[in-house]
Design a protein around this ligand. Structure first.
Ligand code: SF4
Ligand code: FES
Length: 255
C-alpha cells in the first residue's frame, strides 16, 4: 500500500505541516510501524525523522498520542498502536497531528508533554496503606457490581485522547476515572473527600478547560470510560466542598 502523509513538524514554538510519501507498506503493519518505515526512509536519505511517542505498542501504556485525520487515535475505538494500515485506503492522504490542548504543550513534532496528568495523580490519587502484615482479603467483602465499576474506571490508561477530543481541552473524564476507581472501593474511603477536592482543583490549576457535556471525551476514549464517572466526581466534589466539609485527614466533621 502507498500513502501520502501530512505530518505536523515542530521544533520550537512554531510548527507546520510537511508532506511525505511512504510506499510498499504492508496492510498488516500497525500505524506506528508505518511511521517507523517512514523514519527509516528519512534517516537513509539524510532527513530528520519524525518524533512520536510509543512504548508498549499493545494498548496498555497510553503514550501513542496521535490525532489521525482529525480524530484522536484515529477514531476506531482503540489506541494508535492498535490501528492497522488495512483500515485505510490504498493511496489515501493521511493527516497526522499531536494532541492539541493548552495543558499538553508540544515538545517536538508529534510528542506532547502530558506531565499535567501525573501532577493530578500526585495531588490525591493514592490510598492509605498501613505497614505490617497484609490483611486477610475476605475481611473486606466488596460487592461484585462495585468491584466491576471500579475496574471499569481503573482501565483508564491516561492517554489524554479525552482532552484532545474535547473542544474545551477538559480533563474531566481522566480525572473522574482516577477519582472513581479509588473512591468506589472501601480502601479509598479515608481520603475520598480530600482526594476529589485536591484532584479537581489541581486539574483546573493545570489549565484544563471546563466540561460542557459535549461527550466527545467518551466517544474518543480507547477504553470506553463512561461519562457517568464525571457525574459521580461532580457529586463528590460538591459534597466535599459544600455539604460535608472534612478535616485535613479526610475525616468527616460531625454534622
Ligand atoms: S479517560 Fe480514556 S481517553 Fe481519557 S486518558 Fe483515560 S483512557 Fe485515555
Ligand atoms: S504504545 Fe502503549 S498504548 Fe499505544
Amino acid at each position: 500500500m502507498n500513502f501520502s502523509l501530512k505530518i505536523w513538524r515542530q521544533d520550537g514554538s512554531q510548527g507546520r505541516f510537511e508532506d511525505y510519501e511512504v510506499s510498499d507498506v504492508s496492510a498488516d503493519s500497525s500505524f506506528l510501524e508505518m511511521l517507523d518505515q517512514l523514519n527509516d526512509q528519512l534517516t537513509e536519505s539524510g532527513g530528520d525523522p519524525v518524533a512520536f511517542d510509543s512504548d508498549c505498542r499493545e494498548g496498555v501504556c497510553g503514550t501513542c498520542c496521535l490525532v489521525i485525520n482529525g480524530r484522536p487515535h484515529g477514531g476506531r475505538g482503540g489506541t494508535t498502536c492498535q490501528l492497522y494500515m488495512r483500515h485505510f485506503a490504498d493511496g489515501e492522504t493521511i493527516t497526522i497531528e499531536p494532541w492539541r490542548a493548552t495543558a499538553f504543550p508540544v515538545v517536538r513534532d508529534l510528542v506532547v508533554d502530558r506531565s499535567a496528568f501525573d501532577r493530578i495523580i500526585q495531588s490525591g490519587g493514592y490510598i492509605t496503606v498501613h505497614s505490617g502484615p497484609k490483611p486477610e482479603p475476605n475481611t473486606m467483602p466488596i460487592e461484585p457490581e462495585v468491584a466491576e465499576e471500579a475496574l471499569d474506571a481503573a482501565s483508564c490508561i491516561g492517554c489524554g485522547a479525552c482532552v484532545a477530543a474535547c473542544p474545551n481541552g477538559a480533563a474531566m473524564l481522566f480525572t473522574a476515572a482516577k477519582i472513581s476507581h479509588l473512591g468506589l472501593l472501601p480502601q479509598g474511603q479515608p481520603e475520598r473527600m480530600e482526594r476529589v477536592r485536591s484532584m479537581v482543583e489541581k486539574m483546573e490549576d493545570e489549565g484544563f478547560g471546563p466540561c460542557r457535556n459535549y461527550g466527545e471525551c467518551e466517544a474518543a476514549c480507547p477504553k470506553d470510560i463512561s461519562i457517568k464517572f464525571i457525574g459521580r466526581m461532580n457529586r463528590d466534589y460538591l459534597r466535599a466542598t459544600m455539604v460535608e466539609p472534612y478535616d485535613r485527614r479526610g475525616k468527616m466533621k460531625p454534622q
